[in-house]
Write a protein that binds this ligand. Structure first.
Ligand code: PMV
Length: 337
């Protein structure tokens, strides 16, 4: 079995949003302002093992074999507290996480991380949760993690804005989005793998609180989601790319207008964005998206992935290039004891 005697191991993959999650309406429950929609990747998995240790007086958390540092440790312990509260257990745990993606670089390590942690911790603590409930649980670790519970294309519902807290919490979950044939690839250009200056959490808060462009973006993002679902449904990758690019650049515009401005784009990012424009001028389907960091992800046809990667590689000035395709749902690994 995947979990015996209070121990479980899970693997989850990162996701990249095509319709972005940017802005919370409830910081404690991590309820977003808007719906978002992503593609789960088939690269950079996170593997997390949770082992309950009855009688231990603290949680022992390691990331890649090294003790977790302050902020990461605090977030993981807070998350385990939530699981313990639901499970009615006081047991502390040993948590070992192996990330294959550079942490904190806007490459969604928190998405795969909290999705894997949610699945492993729920199993280790004996919570019997379906994928929907697990997506709500993962959401409490990091909003985008809710989407990594599922493979391929995934929507995360913002949930009910009226009614009780519980109704809001119950209605904010992720689920798969049906699509027509797409055969996409996502070329990831890592122009800077270092940790970012401003966390997505802090940047989101500042944007919602101070940016005059936030409300208009949130309104237009609703329309983008409707258009995106239709484009995915008819298998129209060109439209998917167009909508994803405008939604992401709009999100970055909200941050540039925040006070003080949050700017994740670097000169290298802009050079990569220029190369994406050039690809389009040359007749190649290629559209860019960016998250809370300078790295650029380029959506293209799988058949064009090598060509796109080549062009992006020369633009990325030595940065690493990865090619991702739609990836699998989070899952428990068998054989953990
Ligand atoms: O889940 P967080 O708090 O790391 O926020 C992620 C926000 C973006 O990556 C910028 C957008 C998204 O929808 O993933």
């Amino acid at each position: 079995p995947a979990s015996t005697a209070g121990s479980a191991t899970a693997v989850a993959h990162p996701n990249i949003a095509l319709i972005k999650y940017w802005g919370k309406r409830d910081e404690r429950l991590i309820l977003p302002r808007t719906d978002s929609l992503s593609m789960t990747l088939d690269i950079f998995p996170t593997t997390t093992r949770v082992r309950r240790v009855p009688g231990a007086d603290h949680d022992d958390v390691t990331l890649g074999g090294a003790p977790a540092q302050d902020e990461a440790q605090r977030r993981i312990v807070t998350f385990l507290d939530l699981v313990r509260e639901r499970a009615g257990s006081a047991d502390r745990a040993v948590v070992d996480t192996e990330n294959t993606v550079p942490t904190g670089a806007g490459l969604a390590s928190s998405a795969s991380g909290f999705a894997a942690l949610a699945v492993a911790a729920a199993a280790a603590y004996g919570l019997d949760l379906d994928a929907t409930a697990l997506s709500r649980l993962a959401r409490r670790g990091s909003g985008s993690a809710s989407r990594s519970l599922f493979g391929d294309f995934v929507v995360w519902h913002a949930g009910r804005h009226t009614g009780t807290e519980e109704e809001a919490d119950l209605s904010s979950y992720a689920e798969p989005v049906p699509t027509g044939p797409l055969d996409p690839a996502l070329v990831v250009a890592v122009v800077n793998a270092g940790p970012k200056d401003v966390s997505s959490r802090a940047a989101m808060r500042r944007t919602v609180d101070t940016s005059p462009l936030f409300e208009p973006w949130a309104v237009s993002s609703k329309d983008d989601l409707v258009d995106m679902r239709q484009a995915l449904g008819r298998g129209d990758l060109e439209a998917v790319g167009e909508i994803a690019e405008r939604n992401a650049l709009g999100m970055h515009a909200t941050m540039l207008a925040a006070r003080p401005a949050v700017r994740y784009m670097s000169p290298a990012s802009l050079t990569v964005l220029d190369s994406v424009l050039q690809l389009r001028r040359d007749g190649v389907l290629a559209y860019a998206t960016m998250d809370a960091g300078p790295n650029v992800k380029v959506l293209c046809r799988n058949a064009d992935a090598d060509r796109v990667a080549g062009v992006v590689r020369s633009a990325a000035q030595g940065g690493a290039i990865h090619i991702a395709r739609p990836g699998p749902a989070a899952r428990l690994l068998l054989g953990d004891g």
